[in-house]
Design a protein around this ligand. Structure first.
Ligand SMILES: [Zn+2]
Length: 958
């Protein structure tokens, strides 16, 4: 019997966790277990994957590992388990130097079910040839022309539309030359077709062995239970031992210069950039890592930080988006740069960077800026929020790179030791100046000219085209026949009914009958809502103004107001002073507009001012919110012009990446007041608004009119009914509440916004190599009798039709359906899709077939489990407060939630068919797609050019 040996064990009081470190001596496999008393059970296995070229082998292997294994030789065990499990998180990720397979659930049976599937998938995948063709790449013949097809190929074509991806690849290719970080681990679409099937299998055998594996688990269970399963299932079958792979270190030791081409819009004369980067030491060395962190905080941490201030007030350009420290690689990189430059401004920008660094090397920065950075470390150590995944799992994922790169496993979870050292460091006179001097004297440096290339995609497409033509010209009839045979075999496999019955599953009968408990919203008459939560000593406050009564014409202005305010001054402080002051006071701050639909279908809007800090800093939370609500400033003319221009330019340079979201909003806006608000404040119309605004501000009167409008908007919104939400550990929120004064809210008049009801048929155009197709229908909220059936229908559509039609056969990265009861819409969508018209035909066919196709009881039960899983998504304590508050504002009580849940659990196929027939009729469908080129058949959609919606580019005068 194989046995893990315990190396160390360490308690972390703040996390109520014991970190245990184990190794299994015969293989060298490592296991880190976090023994906690929390409900979440989490697992991950990580392997160092260090490809030496950009053919995407690590990424394609990740996809194939999820496509069938020895014990579970079914077509799609991973996607099947998503609907047979109540996991709160399931995924697989390929990074530059590692591949990680994580999941989390709160159910014990589910944990061991998933553990079996994950262990088998990673160590014993079937790596079937046809799956390689589907997920990786293959040839197809379309109208007699040779083409490439494949899920990863299209996924990466989508990823390449991001100009930052090209820039980042350009930096690492130079500075980390000769290492795995110099290649594109996800795969360069032009290089992916160089990958052979056998090379992929060899890569698995060498990289996914127990000797390479790092296991991490968390939960209220002994480590031995997991270890026993790992030993039986994996170690007993795969003997042998090999040293664990470590990525190479770069040997670049003298300054380099280089030009990096990035995709750009046609009109890109002022989209040049300068970009510098340095190698700062190893990321597993915590001292080096945190010193890089402090360097970033001091130079760039707030609007008064010297380098950020210099770049933002240069009078030209803007700070680069790849900026500050970067621990993605085994060696830490530090990036600085400017973008939005004309060719003539490049030298000025380089000089500005250099001179500012030299000045800071003399003067240093205020110690308060560094203190704030240390306070953030304490805040993060206590923070219980987790975003998309449970907090404990995000801590595990954060610790993986340090452990795989031979760092200390316990330090990766507990920052106490390093914090004590950093406190001593920053107290040392000249400490920060020393960091800057070391940067200036560091020879491992790259200085790059970022060159905007409007022909970037055209050139890539032409290269692909040319290669395919050459290959096709040289093909023998037998080779062409082979392509046909492969595609026929694949199609047959894809059309065969998927049999998931071999896989373990959670059944509807195993699920809780009751809705997940949420914090109770207290009765109050003073406008203060106090919540006591398990926040681990972190307190939060949110001042909320009910601005539902404001006019539709104000919508884009509300968004503008919320986006500008945190970059402007307050009281007697300039924007720089205000930024530094706020950062010294609280760990988190945000101003935002939140839309919601109440149970009568009316749109309600609130403007929210949020701050969060350690419990010791209650007075600071109150001071920051009071100052931002009570003493705004709109008199910093150059700053306001700069920020508006920044927003416009960022929208201009991210048209293709924003296309998916914008198409979703454009399709749904005519059907939903909530989406109409979001479209007006995020979509193409908001781009046009910003472009007009910038033109208007070119004159002094125009500028004054904008300022007057913002100031009067502020006056009216702070007159609106106010409430304040307060949350903290124990009695903290109560104590915090005493520091706030609010005018209690009377019920504000909610407004029905007028929705046009006219269906959209739009093709939002921005150059790229993929499309995103959206279709939307109007749908009722969760209190309607059809609501549970629509929730189940979304799961059936996605798992029984769209995944197969759009991803497996169509080559799109994703195909899904969603019932957004809170927005009042039902949607289907494709993501990173090579097709357009055929995808819309598949949407229509899915609706038709839902009405007549038979389903098994098991398929229905899977859809029910998936729908319930979305309801039960575990929220971190403060997120649960916000969820409860949202339902309270919408007027949805526990009885309605209970009724909806019971409806989902009892849903029948007939219920689904009736709801689909009632709501998803073709005549009522609204369509919008983000399209990458206009040469394709646009399926009857009208073109809206996203670049044109941003107006002509305004040239700099500087
Ligand atoms: Zn992928």
């Amino acid at each position: 019997m194989t046995l893990f040996e315990k190396l160390r064990s360490h308690d972390i009081a703040e996390l109520r966790t014991t970190v245990e470190e184990y190794v299994e001596p015969s293989s060298g496999a490592r296991h880190i277990h976090l023994l906690t008393d929390q409900a979440d059970l989490a697992f991950l296995v990580a392997f160092p994957t260090v490809p030496h070229n950009s053919d995407g082998r690590a990424h394609i292997l990740e996809h194939l590992a999820l496509s069938g294994s020895q014990r579970y030789p079914v077509r799609n065990p991973f996607f099947s388990m998503m609907r047979r499990s109540t996991a709160s998180f399931m995924n697989a990720m390929t990074y530059a130097d590692r591949t990680v397979y994580p999941f989390a659930t709160t159910d014990r049976n589910d944990f061991f079910n998933l553990l079996d599937v994950y262990l088998d998938a990673t160590f014993f995948p079937t790596l079937d040839y046809l799956n390689f063709l589907q997920e990786g790449w293959r040839y197809t013949l379309e109208d007699g022309k040779l083409r490439y097809q494949g899920v990863v190929l299209n996924e990466m074509k989508g990823a390449f539309t991001n100009p930052l991806q090209a820039l980042y690849n350009g930096i690492t290719a130079q500075l980390l030359a000769g290492t795995t970080y110099a290649v594109v681990s996800g795969g360069d679409p032009l290089d992916i077709p160089a990958l052979g099937y056998q090379a992929l299998k060899d890569f698995h055998a060498s990289h996914y062995h127990p000797s390479q594996a790092l296991f991490m688990t968390a939960g209220a269970m002994p480590a031995a239970q997991v270890q026993q399963r790992i030993a039986e299932r994996v170690l007993a079958q795969l003997p042998g031992n090999a040293p664990r792979r470590l990525p190479q270190l770069s040997t670049v030791a003298s300054p380099r210069q280089h030009t990096i081409r990035v995709p750009a819009q046609a009109d890109s004369a002022s989209e040049h950039g300068v970009q510098s980067a340095w190698i700062l030491g190893e990321s597993a060395d915590l001292t080096a890592l945190h010193h890089a962190h402090l360097l970033q905080a001091g130079l760039l941490g707030d609007a008064a930080a010297p380098l950020r201030k210099a770049l933002e007030s240069a009078g030209y350009g803007r700070p680069a988006r790849i900026i500050g420290m970067d621990a993605n690689a085994r060696q830490i990189l530090f990036h600085l740069g400017m973008e939005g430059l004309t060719h003539e401004q490049l030298d000025d920008a380089r000089a500005l960077l250099q001179q500012t660094l030299e000045a800071v090397a003399q003067t240093g920065v205020p110690e308060a800026a560094l203190q704030a950075a240390l306070r953030d470390i304490v805040y993060q150590q206590r923070d219980t929020s987790g975003g998309r995944m449970p907090n404990i799992l995000s801590r595990m994922l954060n610790a993986v790179p340090a452990v795989l790169r031979d760092g200390d496993a316990i330090d990766a979870f507990d920052s106490a030791a390093i914090l004590a050292q950093l406190r001593r460091d920053i107290a040392r006179p000249g400490f920060f100046q020393g960091l800057v001097r070391a940067l200036l004297g560091n020879p491992a440096r790259l200085d790059a000219h970022v060159l905007p290339d409007p022909d970037y995609f055209k050139d890539r497409a032409a290269t692909e085209e040319q290669r395919l033509a050459t290959i096709q010209a040289g093909m023998t009839p037998a080779q062409i026949e082979r392509i046909g045979a492969d595609n026929r075999a694949l199609e047959e496999l894809q059309r065969a009914p998927a049999d998931a019955t071999l896989l373990p599953r959670i059944r509807p009968a195993d699920l809780d009958r009751q809705p997940k408990a949420l914090p109770a919203v207290p009765e109050t008459r003073d406008g203060k809502y106090v919540f006591s939560i398990a926040s681990n000593g972190i307190s939060s406050a949110r001042m909320q103004f009910d601005i539902s009564a404001m006019d539709e014409a104000d919508w884009p202005w509300l968004k503008l107001y919320a986006s500008l305010r945190d970059g402007l001054g307050v009281a007697n402080m300039s924007f720089g002073q205000a930024g530094a002051w706020r950062r010294s006071q609280v760990a988190q701050f945000d101003i935002g507009v939140q839309p919601l639909l109440d149970s009568a279908g009316a749109l309600r809007l609130s403007m929210n001012f949020y701050a969060s800090a350690l419990r010791e800093d209650h007075a600071q939370i109150a001071a920051v919110l009071d100052t931002y609500v009570g003493q705004p400033r709109f008199d910093e003319q150059a700053r306001i012009r700069f920020l508006v221009e920044l927003m416009l330019r960022q929208r201009r340079s991210s048209l293709a990446q924003e296309g998916d979201r914008q198409a979703h909003l454009a399709a749904s806006a005519p059907l939903s007041p909530l989406r109409a608000f979001e479209d007006a404040s995020e979509g193409a119309a908001y781009s046009t608004f910003l472009a007009h605004l910038q033109a208007q501000m070119a004159t002094e009167e125009g500028y004054q009119a904008v300022i007057d409008r913002l100031a009067s908007l502020h006056e009216s919104l702070v007159q609106c009914p106010a409430t304040v939400l307060l949350a903290g550990s124990g009695d903290d929120a109560q104590a915090l509440a005493a520091l706030f004064k609010v005018t209690p809210a009377q019920d504000a008049p909610a407004r029905h916004s007028t929705i046009s009801g006219k269906r959209a048929a739009l093709a939002l155009y921005a150059p790229s190599q993929v499309n995103h197709c959206h279709i939307a229908w109007k749908a009722p909220d969760m209190q309607h009798t059809d609501a549970p059936a629509l929730a189940v229908a979304a799961e059936l559509f996605q798992h029984q039709f769209l995944h197969q039609a759009l991803r497996e056969r169509g080559g799109a990265y994703g195909g899904s359906a969603s019932y957004a009861e809170g927005a009042g819409t039902f949607t289907m969508q494709s993501y990173r899709d090579p097709r357009l018209g055929a995808t819309y035909a598949d949407f229509a066919e899915a609706v038709e077939r839902m009405l007549d196709r038979p389903f098994t009881q098991e398929q229905l039960e899977e859809a029910i489990v998936s729908a319930i899983k979305k309801l039960d998504h575990p929220a971190a304590p403060f997120a649960a407060v916000l969820a409860a508050w949202l339902l309270h504002q919408r007027g949805i009580g526990t009885a309605a939630r209970q009724q909806f849940r019971s409806g989902v659990l009892a849903c029948t196929i007939d219920d689904v068919r009736q709801a689909v027939a009632r709501w998803l009729t073709d005549a009522s469908a609204s369509r919008a797609a983000s399209v990458g080129n206009l040469a394709q058949d646009l399926a009857g959609l009208d073109v809206l050019d996203l670049a044109a919606s941003l107006g002509a580019e305004v040239q700099h005068s500087a």
